[in-house]
Design a protein around this ligand. Structure first.
Ligand code: FEO
Length: 389
């Protein structure tokens, strides 16, 4: 069970979703996902975000238990994406006296989703605005594109809590007890959900650097209340597109297994050299995890078959995901395969050249249908060039 403890007056009322097949209809979440929501109990009561409509019922029970008969004075909307605003309409209608706190864009999106922006109940905030609840005071900071344009975070200065919206979130339900640390799914979450928006995350980190933060309450994943410098440092590395570790991501797209054989041969050579690596079959493994690996390590080897005169589809998709996520600053080597007209290498190179600060190895290996003895020497030279520096 991961952490949901905030404080005596700030309560976690979020819910786990353990039956969702794909988060955002694209990411496998074998351990589920949590939709986090919080209540601040003070002279005034504030509900911080709602949850996906898939889990409204459990969340509502948590809310009512926590309120113990009190009413809601403020509904704070940090993010309008439906995994957080899916129960907002219901909450707004259940507590018609509650003011709804958001920025101008929040209400624009609210109208788009619900056909209602609760005009007479709006409390429109902008950068630096404050809201007193009693001893607790919220200050709002805009965090556009972390992960949507209307995103904002809030800082509660009495207990030094940052309500960080999607930032510092993690895949995995909080009830999941598989012993996995935060980093693995925290990284896969960051890279795939907000990886594209590095500069915007950097801007948010700069704003929050001036705050004394003791607890981070994200919209997914555990409440963070220890060693916050660790998480902030990881976010700084990832959002600046710098490698986190030395190592090699080996990703291959193979049709009949010959390119796969070469990729496994490469992986074995790296193993023998004691080099950290991760091997991905892009047609079968989780591509989001391969993208995560590419962000983690400083080097990558891509091996792909040629198909329809171009790059075999699973590599093509992987490259498009990297491009979408603003992938940059890495050293990469290429292996292509083709039976009559190998074209994958040229096109992989062209795709990588559209990304920032990519160093391509001069040693490119071309396989003709299957790896031969002469290819082994070429592969050794390619690896030597990749690892040199
Ligand atoms: Fe968790 Fe961008 O929604």
């Amino acid at each position: 069970m991961q952490n949901t403890k905030v404080s005596e007056t700030v309560k976690y009322i979020g819910v786990d979703d353990t039956t969702i097949d794909l988060f955002e209809s694209q990411y496998v979440v074998p351990e589920g996902i949590s939709y986090n929501s919080y209540v601040i109990l003070d002279e005034k009561v504030a509900v911080m975000d709602t949850v996906d409509s898939r889990e409204t019922e459990g969340w509502l029970q948590n809310l009512e238990q926590t309120l113990c008969g009190r009413t809601v004075d403020y509904i704070v909307v940090h993010h309008m994406e439906p995994d957080h605003s899916g129960s907002l309409k219901l909450l707004a209608e259940k507590y018609p006296e509650a003011k709804i706190v958001g920025n101008a864009k929040t209400f624009q999106f609210m109208f788009q989703f619900f056909g209602n922006d609760y005009k007479e109940r709006q409390l429109v905030v902008k950068e630096g605005d404050m809201l007193s609840l009693g001893v607790h005071t919220l200050t709002f900071f805009m965090a556009p594109m972390v992960h949507w344009p209307e995103v904002m975070v809030s800082y509660e200065s009495f207990e030094k809590i940052l309500f960080s919206a999607d930032a510092f979130g993690k895949f995995g339900a909080l009830s999941s007890d598989n012993g996995e640390d935060w980093l693995c799914e925290g990284r896969r979450y960051f890279v795939n959900i907000v990886g594209k928006y590095g500069p915007q995350v950097q801007a948010l980190l700069k704003k929050t650097a001036a705050l004394e933060i003791q607890i981070i309450c994200p919209l997914h994943g555990p409440v963070l209340n220890e060693d916050l410098a660790f998480y902030i440092d990881k976010y700084n590395t990832w959002s600046s597109y710098q490698p986190e570790d030395k190592g090699v991501t080996v990703a291959y797209a193979s049709i009949h297994g010959n390119t796969a054989k070469a990729a496994r041969y490469i992986a074995n050579l790296l193993e023998e050299k004691g080099i950290t690596y991760e091997l991905f079959d892009l047609s079968r493994d989780d591509v989001a995890e391969a993208v995560e690996s590419a962000f983690r390590y400083d080097k990558m080897i891509l091996a792909a078959a040629t198909y329809d005169g171009g790059i075999f589809s699973s590599m093509d998709y992987f490259l498009s995901r990297l491009k979408h996520k603003n992938f940059q600053n890495r050293k990469i080597a290429i292996v292509e395969n083709g039976t009559w007209a190998p074209m994958a290498g040229k096109q992989m190179k062209a795709a990588l050249e559209t990304m920032k600060n990519i160093t391509l190895c001069e040693n490119t290996v071309t396989l003709r249908s299957a790896m031969k003895e002469e290819n082994k020497g070429q592969i050794a030279a390619m690896i030597a060039e990749l690892l040199a520096d």
